[in-house]
Design a protein around this ligand. Sequence first.
Ligand SMILES: Cc1cc2nc3c(=O)[nH]c(=O)nc-3n(C[C@H](O)[C@H](O)[C@H](O)COP(=O)(O)OP(=O)(O)OC[C@H]3O[C@@H](n4cnc5c(N)ncnc54)[C@H](O)[C@@H]3O)c2cc1C
Length: 585
Amino acid sequence: MQRLKRADIVIAGGGWVGLAMAKEITTRTSLSVVVLERGPHRKMAEYATGMDEVDGTYRQRSMQNLADETVTHRHSSGATAVPIRQYGSFNPGTGVGGSGELWSGLSYRNLPDQFRLASVLREKHGAAKLPADLTVQDWGVTYDELEPMYWRAEQMMGIGGKAGNLRGQRIEGGNIFEGPRSHEYPNPPHPHTYLTMLFHKAARDLGYHPYPTPAATLSQTYRNPDGITRSGCAYCGYCTRFGCMIGAKAQPTNTLLPVLMKHNNFMLRPGCWVRRVVHANGKAEGVSYVDQEGNEVLQPADVVILASWTLNNARLLMLSGIGEQYDPVTGKGTLGRNLTHQGGAATQVFLDRHLNSFMGAGAMGITLGDLDGDHGLDPEWGILRGGAIRITSGGEGPIAAFGKIPPGEVRSNWGSEWKKAALKWHDRVGTITCESEHLAYRQNFVDLDPTYTDKFGDALLRLTLDWTDHERRQAAVALKVQQSLAKAMGGRVGGSVRGIGAHYNVTDYQSTHVQGGAIMGTSPENSVVNSWSQHWKMPNLWVAGASAFPQNGSVNPTLTVMAVIYRAVDGLIDRYLKRPGGLVV
Ligand SMILES: Cc1cc2nc3c(=O)[nH]c(=O)nc-3n(C[C@H](O)[C@H](O)[C@H](O)COP(=O)(O)OP(=O)(O)OC[C@H]3O[C@@H](n4cnc5c(N)ncnc54)[C@H](O)[C@@H]3O)c2cc1C
């Protein structure tokens, strides 16, 4: 194995987390930072020629190659897991920028009580009334502590939206259920489309409080605090699963990388696949990886940061033998526990006129928070937490749009009658979605698969994951609300899509919002990392990203990921480096 010169800090993964942490360290210190990214380094010019729905949406050319590495899944501990061989319920990205190049840009903050969820549920319902298998946990950090970090992320990305709670003052038109913000959004929201206008009016008519979905696609030209200027969105519709051809969508490569590239203490190595954290005597000594040419390389470093996304972070810890594997029977061990995805449901609404749905932006929409967290929940529904409901004019490709037909419109799903109906309806359909909190349960976890391996022969990560009645009830509530909204829009209620079925389904896309496995908390007994994303048992190892989330917080996670890792990197720079080797307090 080739041994390289020691770096001060090595980071595994070049997505939002890896590059944001690298940017803070390289711009605020003189330390050398090496980022190892397994995928290629794509350039913005390639995005302009890559607007191909077949290639991007269906073949998913920018995502992790499942022949190189995938995960296995089973519904319960007694079952045998099998590998996911086609893109399914989530789509991990690869390449410099990671999924942050391919995301849709919906940029919410978590509700404040999410960060104290275990305490909140106990206070509200009493421990005895909660499901016995519930393992939700307080994060060890509060919304108030994270608020300035959220604001930093919003400015860096240039989020557009409308505040609903400015320093405690509720503002109609914004999300009046959100936690207090110190500032209005850096940019205004996107304008309405016909679809979002109808939804907004219907929601208001039904007594809800709709607000513009916070978006990382710019609503106007914007210069961020790092001096990076990006242009406003052209509403071309190629957002989700595509890199933005004009840089309007905030991506790690158009916000962070231009700053990083000016610093000599930063080094980016694409095509480098990290396989182990090398460690001895409770101290990380660097990482070993395979480079583009297939050479095995050791990169020694004083500090190691895992920023390789939720599942890869947990897997790298397991492959490296760091931490005690969680056992769902005894409840012992912290590594692998509290795997969560996201609850929810979606309903199609068919309207009487063309929507121009080929245009839009991934996060151009309207959301309502009236049933999010524990707001507005009817005790009859039997759910502890709800979710955020929304409609989006995300820009729909011709293939995705084709074949959506109102129920009962045709007698069979083929032939000339079906084709005629498909042509009539392809631009007259919207989808009302709901993303509900997925609570953490004792039986949902990750560990290493005993049978299946990746291209290097390393064990794949095994997901043991299934829905409970709580998620099924959440979905039933969401469908009812969505159907009433669809009717109030004057539309025909279509089929339910992306719903939670009897069991967790790995084949249909849900969201790439997977959390847990290396969670944060208040002590080494209940978590892998502390609230600074620092490993409890190996203080020079940082495990950053949604792997640290003790449970899913209903809305899209990336802004919260950024808030948590800004706090982590502040802890690393301002506290840890002053007393290297110790735990940050
Ligand atoms: C289609 C899609 C739409 C999305 N839409 C939204 C949205 O609207 N809002 C939202 O909040 N979130 C959204 N997300 C999720 C969002 O993209 C992620 O939350 C975010 O990108 C996570 O950042 P990360 O840096 O932790 O992980 P990633 O972006 O996954 O980056 C991790 C990087 O690590 C690299 N890596 C992994 N393993 C290794 C290894 N062993 N060695 C070296 N490198 C490695 C990967 O290649 C990757 O580049 C979406 C995701 C997808 C795929």
